[in-house]
Every structure is written in C-alpha cells, then in structure tokens.
Ligand binder design. Structure first.
Ligand code: HT7
Ligand code: ZN
Length: 876
C-alpha cells in the first residue's frame, strides 16, 4: 500500500544546501548531471542512509566527493536511490548522472519535448523524473542550472533566477547558466529550451527596482501576448498596494506552451503556462478567455509570495498555498472588475464543482490526512473551498486585521516550509482572536447545510431566527461537529428598504455577520417594526447550503430590493431553479408545464433595468443549466426530462420577453471598437444572452446567422455559433457556419477547441456519433490535453443528454477512451474520470449502466496509480 499519511511526516535525514544541474539536451536522450551539496541533519542517526526519490530513471553515474561510488555502497532503482555509509558530519557532494528521454514523456510531467520545445512540469512529483532527489516541498536548496543544447533548434535556454553565463560551444551547441539565489523546493524548478518569440516590458517595484518582464510564445503569436503582459503588471502593482508584496528577482518570465496538463505553473521567476491562458486578441479569444488570462497570470504571480517565498511543509498543506492564492486572485479580479459580478461567478463555480465534490465519493477535507496520488488532490476543495476559508477568516477578523495577520505570516515564515497551523497562528497572534474552533473548516469535509426558521412577533417587534447547521457524512468522516460559520444576514422591510435592528441577542454579531457556532442557535433581532424578508448568506459569506422555506413574495422582495447584489442574484436564480425543478417533475409526470408569470416578469424587468450593470443583468437572465437542475434534484436524475423542461421554460420566457430581448439585441449591437474591459464584456454578455432568447422566441436561425456574419470579435462569433448549434442543430445555417468557422481558423488549435466544444455539447443522443466523427478531424490530437478536454471532456462533463444516453453508449465510449489515454497521460485521465463522480445520483437505469463501465475500468490490472485511486474511491 503506497498511501501516504500526514501523521507519518518527518524531516529528511540530510539537508541539501545547493544543487548544480547540467542538462545536455537531446530529443531522445538527455543527460542530467546533478551535484548536490549535502550534510547530515543534526540529530539524525549517524548510520541513516540517504534515500532519494526517483521515477522511471536510469542511473548513469554516481560519485561521492568526486570519487565513483562502489556498487555495494548504493542501490539504484527506477523509483529511488539509496546511498549508505555517508559522512556523519560535515558537508559532502554527491554527483548523480541520469539519462532520460523527453520525447517519450507523454505524461507531461518532468522534462518533456513536444512541438520541438523542451519544457518541464515538476509539481507535485515531477522533479524525480529528471534526477534522483529529495523531491518534497520541505527541502529547500539554492539551484544553479547549466543548459547545453543545439543552438539552431534551441536558441533559447531558460531556467529559474538570473542568467549568469552564456556562450557558444563547439559543434553548433551553446550553453546558458542560471542561478536562483532564493532557496526553493524541487517542485519550483523549471527549464525551457527551444525557439520562441518574445515580448518584453519593464516594471518598477515600489522600492524603485527595475524588473524585466518577458513573455515567450510561439513564433507568429507575439502580438497576442499583450493582454497577459498588461495583466502581469497590474497584478504586480496590486500585490504591492493591497498586501505590501514586492517582486524579488531582476527578471520575471512567462513561457506559453501548447501541451500542458493544467492551467499554469508558478516556477520561481519562470512561470510556464498553458498557451490558452496567455494568448488573446479580439478575433481569437472570448471575454471569458480574457478574464481567465488576467486571473491566472495574477494567480501564478501571487504564488511568488504565497507558495514560493513561503511554501508547504508537505503536500497535505497544499491549500496553504493554493487556497490562499485563489483568495488573493479573487480579490484582485474583484478590484479589477465589478465585485458582485465576480463574486456571483465564484459562487456559481463553487456550487457547480466544489459542492458536488464535497457531497460525493471523492470528498476530502481542505487539509487531507492521507493520499495515494497527490496529483489527484489538486481539487476544487483544496483550491476554491480553501479560498473560501481564507475569505471567512477575513470576514471574521475584518480587512485590516486580516492584513495584519498576513503581514505577520510573511514576516515570520519567509523562506520557510510551513503548515496550515502556522498560518492560522499568525492571525491569532496578530489579532488575539482564538481560531481553534474555526480551524475545523480545514479538517472536516462536506458542505454544511443551514436550516433556517423565522418567527416574527409584531407585538414585541422582534424577529427570531433559528439556525441549525448539519454537515452530512463524507467518506471516512461519519460524525460531524458544528463549525464556526460567519453568516451575513440582511432584513428587507415591506417598502423594500433595509432594516437595522436595535439589538441582537443569541450569539455574536459583527456588522451584518451572525456567528453561528453551535448546532442550533436562535438569534433575536429587536426593534423590527414590521415583518421583513430575510436575506441569508449575503455575499455568499460562507460556503454552505441554505434550506429556508421562504414565501414567494419574500423571495421576490429580495430579488427586487436587496442591496447586496450577490444575494439578489441568488434570489432570482433560486426562483428560476425552483421553476425548472417543478417543470422537470411535470415532464416526468406527463402533466403540462406552467411558468409562473411573476418569475417571467421579474427576469424581464431585471433584464431591462438600466440602473443595473449589463453584466449583472446577463447573469440574472441566464437560466440555471441542465447540470444545475440535476444537482438541485440530487437524486433520480433523468437528463432527458430536465432537458425538455428547461427548453420549454426557456421558450416560454423567450416568447414572453421577446420585445425586450429584441430591444436589448438592437441597443447593444452597435459597439465596433473591441475592449476587453468588464464594462464592454458585460454589454456583450447581455446582448448575446438576449440573442439566445430571441432565437428561441422566433424559432428560426436567421438572427443568429446574421449575428455570426456581423461579428467582429470571437465573443460574439462563438456565441452566435453556439446558439445555432444548440438550438438549430439541423439547420442549413448551422452547417454553413460550422464549416466556415472550421476553415477560417484552420491553423488555430485553440480557436478550434471552441468549435469542438460547441459541437460536443449539442444535446441529444446523436452527440456521441458527432464526437466520434470529430475525433477523426485532423485538428484533433489525443495526446494534447487541451484538445481532449475541449472535445471528450466537454462531451462527458457538459452534455447531460448526449453523454447519459439511456443505452449507456456514452459511458462505454468514455471508458474506452479513458483506458486508452491512461497509458499515455494519467494526470489527465484521472482528472477526466472525476466527471462521473456523481453517477449515483442518476436514475436507476443509467446508474446501472454507468456502474458497469466504471467496474470495467476498475477491473483492469494495469491502471495508472492516478486512475486507480480515483476509480476505487468512486466505487467504494
Ligand atoms: N501549482 C500549480 C499546480 C500544477 C500542477 C499540479 C499537478 C500536475 C500538473 C500541474 N501543473 C500545475 C498551478 C497552480 O495552482 O497555480
Ligand atoms: Zn496555484
């Protein structure tokens, strides 16, 4: 059993001070020389051997202080190196030589070569695929890296830190030497070699130091890197202003690569990005792409302090860097754009991704206590719930105190590899507040459900609010304790104004935050002159589900008058969700669907409310998706019934509001100059949302076809294409537009991903054959993670009717794909597999068919550890 347990943590027996690496790069054979300066850790046993990690390595030489080691002094295997009889005291040098094949590395972990480019991905355990090392985050060393390669094919040789030497060698090769003065763990090591274009800029830090900024991209794409560069500079300034964090090296580089397992990687001074998160211009990128680029560029940059300068003691502490960095990223985005709109997107993401994870077989605490494969713990729980936990700390302490705690964290732990306890202690020490109860958020999995009951006493002018919290059991954690939950609650009076109580008893209240600390608590609000509508979890102050049987009138009052726009959106969305759930029940019962006219009125009124930002109006107008409806139902899900219900409700709203939608489309279609800013993006979002309704109301493809032809940017173009593909899949116009798009963007893989995605998600049982056909398109590449996610991933995760065909053919296809792809790239397949984690919520027929396929996968003996871990937990 290879399970790793938190309780088993212990420091290494040896300390690594410096590492000198020499790479002689060859496409099929790269040799890696590693000179490690080591000393025995004081207090560790004098006879303890040195045990270094390895993965798929071949040892080509081993020496101690320059002398080759006799074979009886060490054991070398593909997965590790053990050296005996090392000095009891003083430093010594171990020289290790390994040989690797970067071209054969389809896992994209370690050093790999794709499209002529050498690049690395070392987090979490990729460095051990390069050389034998203590490949763990608590071993920090100073790295010097020499890269030798053919000058013509690899004019560019990059690694972390500062360039200290560069020269030509014989036989057409050249070398570059990089030195990173900041001690770092191996997961932050990076190397890139190849031939790329570059844009350069300058940033002057708050203390006046000049930093060179460079972004490297494929030749011919340099003009698409400007927005990433602009985002980087804004992020650097923001981190100085908001958190006092200044950049520390003289150069900061980003390299965009086209084969990458995740979004991006924060390697010290040399971030490596999936190119879809760097490249953007109006003709090829959507507003969502721009938003993601800004967010991820900032996220990776913010890691320089939260992750790199202060890192994790072990991988159980992953949320220490990821949760906190997501929180910093969210705050940055909120400051760059419109805060409530950004927050609504976060809430939608959390509910769509983290809540199902927390409520399913893969649930785990923000700080797990065991893992089989750490790659599988880069989850929305560690990232997004982790971020929510930091947000709650900020809510509990207030913004200034949060900053004080974080300042102390940077001061106390700079250069360290620390734990979540160390993090929390800084907030306690800086503010005097006891966070021991709050800390449970890190250790207890599952989404708490808060049940609310209210009683208004007119004679006493009091409102009693009884809040009960319950967290459902999760794997390995049956019993749950009450958490400390900061819940923002607002009261809306009969005239729509906010009501402020004269006093509140029953528990702590700070501003509008109720501190729920017990399983059940009754808060009594005094001085409430009339029965209010109660708005619970404003701004989504806590990542919880709220069960509150409110009258429709109260929900309408919140939808109309709440000043907190997040809660206002939530009320509108909740009303729509309820209508869709009822419509689904009607479809299954064979009874007619009736759409509440008050809901239609509220939506149409909001859509036209000029006092609200277009982006917010677009959010309000967007009906919950079929997946949202399924999640709301939670069990016995019939995707076909949901689809029919949503289509009917959508059509009915479309007809009801046709006039308004036409007005919006006309009024918002005039923008000619493209700007990626939040205001322009919001206008496009509202216009394209209205266009989708309009297309449904008229039930003909003409308006969308005209919008496609008139589009001057990718946002409008792909929106029109999606409307055509999803609402009129068989129309001539749709075929023509799909064909036009395919040819127009023939040489643009990232743009064709949108084309793959739009078609993979066309509802109905023909989707499977369509996806199979698209896999034969020459633009599809089963080795490239972006292509796989765009086509197979989108089909499995976002096409409920197509993927969940009642005959189980969708599951069969997916299982075959997974089994095949697992041989090449386990990180990718394990992640892809998680889209089926909620299969037990399906109706029994589909559930059985899904289980058969999952069991078929589980029955294979040669699964990767990544996939084995996921599939076994899903079937437990
Ligand atoms: N810290 C980075 C995580 C990451 C990663 C993890 C496993 C396998 C491949 C990976 N690529 C990047 C990205 C981040 O969260 O900032
Ligand atoms: Zn991160």
């Amino acid at each position: 059993d290879k399970t790793v347990y938190l309780k088993d943590y212990r420091p290494t027996d040896f300390i690594i001070e410096t590492v000198d690496l020499i790479f002689e790069l060859g496409a099929e054979m790269t040799t890696v020389g590693s000179e490690i300066r080591l000393s025995r850790r004081p207090g560790s046993p004098a006879d303890a051997p040195l045990t270094l990690d390895g993965d798929s390595l071949e040892l080509a030489g081993l020496a101690l202080d320059g002398k080759p080691l006799a074979p009886e002094r060490y054991e070398a295997a593909a997965d590790g190196l053990t050296v005996h009889g090392l000095p009891e005291s003083g430093s010594f040098t171990l020289t290790v030589k390994t040989r690797i094949n970067p071209s054969a590395n389809t896992q994209l972990l370690g050093l790999y070569r794709t499209s002529g480019l050498f690049s690395t991905q070392c987090e979490a355990e990729g460095f051990r695929r390069i050389t034998y090392f203590y490949d763990r985050p608590d071993v920090l060393a100073v790295y010097t890296v020499t890269i030798i390669a053919d000058k013509e094919s690899c004019p560019l040789l990059l690694s972390n830190g500062n360039l200290i030497e560069e020269r030509n060698l014989e036989d057409g090769r050249h070398m570059a030497k990089w030195h990173d003065p900041f001690p770092k763990p191996s997961y932050l090591f990076a190397l890139v070699a190849g031939d790329l274009a570059m844009i350069e800029d300058q940033f002057t830090t708050m203390s006046g130091r000049a930093v060179t900024l460079r972004i490297y991209v494929e030749h011919g794409k340099a003009d698409r890197a400007d927005y990433a560069m602009d985002s980087l500079k804004r992020a650097m300034r923001w981190d100085e202003e908001r958190f006092g964090r200044e950049y520390d090296l003289d150069i900061f580089m980003i390299v965009a690569v086209s084969d990458f397992n995740m979004g991006a990687m924060e390697n010290k001074g040399l971030n490596i990005f999936n190119d879809r998160l760097i490249l953007a211009d109006p003709e090829t990128a959507t507003d969502d792409d721009y938003l993601r680029i800004e967010a991820v560029v900032a996220h990776e940059y913010f890691h320089n302090w939260t992750g790199n300068r202060i890192t994790c003691r072990d991988w159980f502490q992953l949320s220490l860097k990821e949760g906190l960095t997501v929180y910093r990223e969210h705050e940055f985005t909120a400051d760059q754009r419109t805060r409530p709109v950004v927050r609504v997107d976060e809430v939608k993401f959390l509910r769509a991704n983290q809540f199902p994870e927390d409520g399913g077989p893969l649930a785990h605490p923000v700080r797990p206590t065991q893992y089989l494969e750490i790659d599988n713990f880069y989850t929305t729980t560690v990232y997004e719930k982790g971020s929510e936990v930091s947000r709650m700390i900020a809510t509990l302490l207030g913004t200034d105190n949060f900053r004080r705690g974080l300042d102390l964290f940077f001061e106390r732990h700079d250069g360290g590899a620390v734990t979540i306890e160390d993090y929390l202690k800084c907030f306690e020490d800086a503010t005097g507040r006891d966070l021991s109860h709050f800390a449970l958020w890190y250790h207890q999995a599952g989404t708490p459900v808060i049940s609310v009951q209210s009683a208004y006493d007119e004679a006493a002018s009091t409102l009693s609010l009884t809040l009960q919290q319950k967290t459902p059991p999760t794997p390995g954690q049956k019993e749950k304790k009450p958490l400390h939950i900061p819940l923002r609650v607002g009261l809306i009076g009969p005239n729509g104004d906010g009501m402020e109580p004269s006093a509140v008893s029953g528990g702590e209240r700070t501003e509008d935050v109720l501190h729920l600390t017990e399983a059940e608590q009754t808060f009594v609000f005094k001085g409430i002159g009339a029965r209010p509508a109660i708005s619970v979890n404003r701004d989504f102050s806590a990542p919880v589900k709220v069960n509150f049987e409110q009258s429709r009138d109260d929900r309408m009052a919140i939808a109309r008058f709440e000043t907190d726009l997040v809660a206002r959106w939530d009320a509108i969305n909740g009303l729509a969700l309820q209508a869709l759930v009822e419509a689904t029940a009607a479809v299954r019962a064979g009874t007619p669907i009736s759409v509440d006219p008050a809901l239609a009125e509220a939506l149409i009124e909001t859509a036209g409310d000029e006092t609200l930002e277009p982006a917010f109006r677009a959010l309000a107008l967007t009906l919950p998706s079929e997946l949202d409806i399924g999640r709301e139902l939670g069990r016995d899900i019939d995707p076909d019934a949901i689809h029919a219900a949503r289509r009917t409700v959508f059509g009915s709203l479309a007809r009801e509001g046709a006039e308004r939608f036409r007005q919006l489309v006309d009024a918002l279609s005039g923008d000619t100059e493209f700007s990626p800013n939040a205001d322009s993006a919001g206008r496009r979002a509202l216009r394209n949302t209205a266009l989708a309704y309009l297309a449904s109301a008229t039930d003909e493809p003409g308006a969308a076809r005209a919008a496609y032809d008139a589009a001057t940017n990718m946002t409008d173009m792909i929106a029109a294409l999606r409307i055509l593909a999803h609402q009129f899949p068989d129309a001539e116009e749709t075929a023509a537009v799909l064909d036009d798009f395919r040819h127009r963007f023939a040489g643009e893989p990232l743009v064709l991903d949108k084309w793959f995605g739009a078609q993979a998600t066309i509802p109905g049982e023909e989707a499977l054959e369509r996806v199979k056909r698209l896999m034969q398109d020459e633009a599809f590449d089963a080795l490239n993670p972006n292509r796989v996610r765009a086509l197979v991933g989108a089909f499995a995760s976002s096409n409920p009717t197509g993927f969940n065909r009642p005959d189980g053919a969708g599951y069969r296809f997916f299982a075959d794909f997974i089994l095949d792809a697992d041989k090449r790239n386990p990180t990718l397949t394990a992640r892809l597999m998680t889209v089926m984690r909620s299969f037990e919520a399906l109706e029994v027929g589909r559930q059985a068919k899904a289980r058969t396929e999952l069991e078929r996968i589980a029955g294979h003996e040669t699964l990767s550890r990544n996939l084995r871990d996921i599939i076994d937990r899903m079937l437990k």
